[in-house]
Design a protein around this ligand. Structure first.
Ligand code: HEM
Ligand SMILES: Nc1nc2c(c(=O)[nH]1)N[C@H]1C(S)=C(S)[C@@H](COP(=O)(O)O)O[C@H]1N2
Ligand SMILES: [Mo]
Length: 418
């Protein structure tokens, strides 16, 4: 048998590698169980965070009877959805590292006893599902943040359905890999040393003369595990920083990849312009009235009449489902005051309808605990000036701790639902 053949047959008992020793040395010691386990654990934690924050976003938009979401702190959704999209982007380098650390295994032909065949096939299948689901979530999530609105309905529902698949696959995979992870964790303090450990015969000719080590230097050729882990961590942090600024103001200057920088007229970005929503005419019309129906009564308000009502101020963020957010100083009429000026508000949900007649953003429903919150306004002004047409002139809803998509602009009517 050839020398390589003999080496291939040997497996060093304690080696931290997924490959036969000779291949490990050839390719890189960094392609190791340590890297696979650590990047895998980071991915698993990431998927859990994404699942929880994603579900929160979904439940606020489609609240079932049991679901309760507070109006305070007003910035909570800003944080949960900012985390969702930032952690989502951080998954990209993590997934690449994880895949890089394990992919030679997919091509490894090891003899399998018949009894092991089925579990092995099932395990491989669950890994395929896991990778597929996470990749799918990254792609659909990124499309969403890049505002592929025409397919929003499709993306959101499939992204939602695949979330269960991703979490399920993570749970199965973790259960299967617990022994490996435990082993890596139990020698974690020594892992750094292990990265620099000499592999005894690393300077033999298997790596070829090009990679032969100088005398006295016993480090194996290739990237060390420690370097790989550090690079993976750095890549993940850079990816996070590249988008975090769209929700974290002081990081704005580093966030070169953020779809939204926080800039826009009146200091707040605009997602959909009045022209895109085809409301330019109706919003500017001198005949404009806001119709309010509550407690069986109805009344119309011109913009001048709204301005004549007692005005209040609120500092509230717009926190888009796509992850960007920006704080605004709003002023206008408190919703509860406006309702009270028309009829008796008995505490039902309140529906807001926009002048916008096309698209799926033309209306929203506000639960009563938000409708009676003192910070909820029918806003007429933003950051010291009248609302621009694109920010929702003549008036818009601004409520605390809600996704931006529910902050309906260019209001036409407000009604209490029975
Ligand atoms: C395993 C990874 C992920 C899971 C489990 C997950 C889960 C979810 C869930 C359950 C929702 C709520 C969908 C709904 O409202 O019905 C959601 C929404 C969202 N996700 Fe993810 N997600 C993941 C990865 C990502 C990534 C990588 C990004 C982007 C970089 C992303 C961006 C978004 C966006 C923008 C929304 C809001 C969609 C909308 O309401 O229009 N997600 N996610
Ligand atoms: N009528 C209407 N209201 C709307 C929208 C819309 O398209 N039409 N977009 C929503 C979305 S997705 C967000 S994030 C906020 C953004 O408000 P801004 O453009 O003033 O920043 O408005 C919301 N209100
Ligand atoms: Mo949004």
């Amino acid at each position: 048998m050839s020398r390589i053949g003999t080496l291939m047959k040997q497996r060093e008992p304690e080696q931290d590698s997924l490959l036969p020793a000779v291949l490990t040395r050839r390719i890189s010691p960094a392609r190791s169980t340590t890297v696979a386990a650590w990047s895998g654990m980071a991915l698993g934690v990431g998927v859990l965070i994404l699942f929880v924050t994603g579900m929160i976003s979904h439940l606020i938009q489609h609240p079932p009877g049991w679901f309760w979401w507070p109006a305070h702190p007003v910035w909570l959704y800003r944080v949960t959805q900012g985390v969702h999209v930032t952690v989502g982007v951080m998954m990209i380098p993590l997934l690449l590292v994880k895949f890089w650390s394990v992919y030679p295994r997919f091509f490894l032909k090891e003899p399998i006893r018949p009894r092991e065949a089925l579990p092995r096939v099932l395990e491989r299948l669950s890994v395929a599902v896991l990778i597929g689901a996470i990749l799918f979530q990254i792609v659909t999530g990124l499309f969403n943040t890049a505002q592929f609105y025409p397919w929003k309905f499709f993306f959101t529902t499939t992204h939602h359905a695949m979330a269960y698949v991703a979490v399920g696959a993570v749970i199965v995979h973790v259960a299967v890999k617990i022994p490996v992870v435990r082993n890596v964790l139990s020698r974690a303090p020594k892992a750094a040393e292990a990265a620099a450990d000499p592999i005894p015969d690393a300077s033999t000719d298997v790596a070829g003369p090009r990679n032969a080590l100088p005398p006295g230097n016993t480090r194996p050729p290739g990237l060390s595990r420690r370097a790989m882990l550090a690079a993976a961590g750095a890549g993940t942090v850079v990816a996070g920083l590249a988008v975090a600024g769209q929700s974290v103001p002081f990081l704005r200057w580093v966030s070169v990849l953020a779809p939204r920088s926080g800039h826009g007229p009146q200091g707040v970005p605009i997602n959909r312009t009045a022209a895109a929503a085809a409301v330019t005419e109706t919003a500017r019309s001198p005949q404009y009235v806001l119709t309010v129906r509550v407690g069986g009564r109805e009344r119309g308000f011109s913009r001048a009449e709204l301005e004549a009502l007692p005005q209040s101020d609120s500092a509230l963020p717009i926190a888009c489902v796509e992850g960007w957010s920006a704080q605004g100083h709003w002023s206008g009429v408190r919703l509860r005051d406006l309702l009270a000026s028309v009829g008796e508000y008995r505490g039902g949900d309140v529906r807001f309808v926009s002048l916008e007649t096309t698209g799926i953003y033309g209306s929203s429903v506000l639960p009563h605990s938000f409708a009676t919150d003192a910070s909820t306004l029918i806003a007429l002004r933003l950051n010291g000036a009248d609302l621009t047409l694109d920010h929702g002139y003549p008036c818009r809803l601004i409520a605390p701790n809600r996704p931006g998509v529910l902050q309906t602009k260019w209001l036409k009517s407000i009604e209490e639902l029975s």
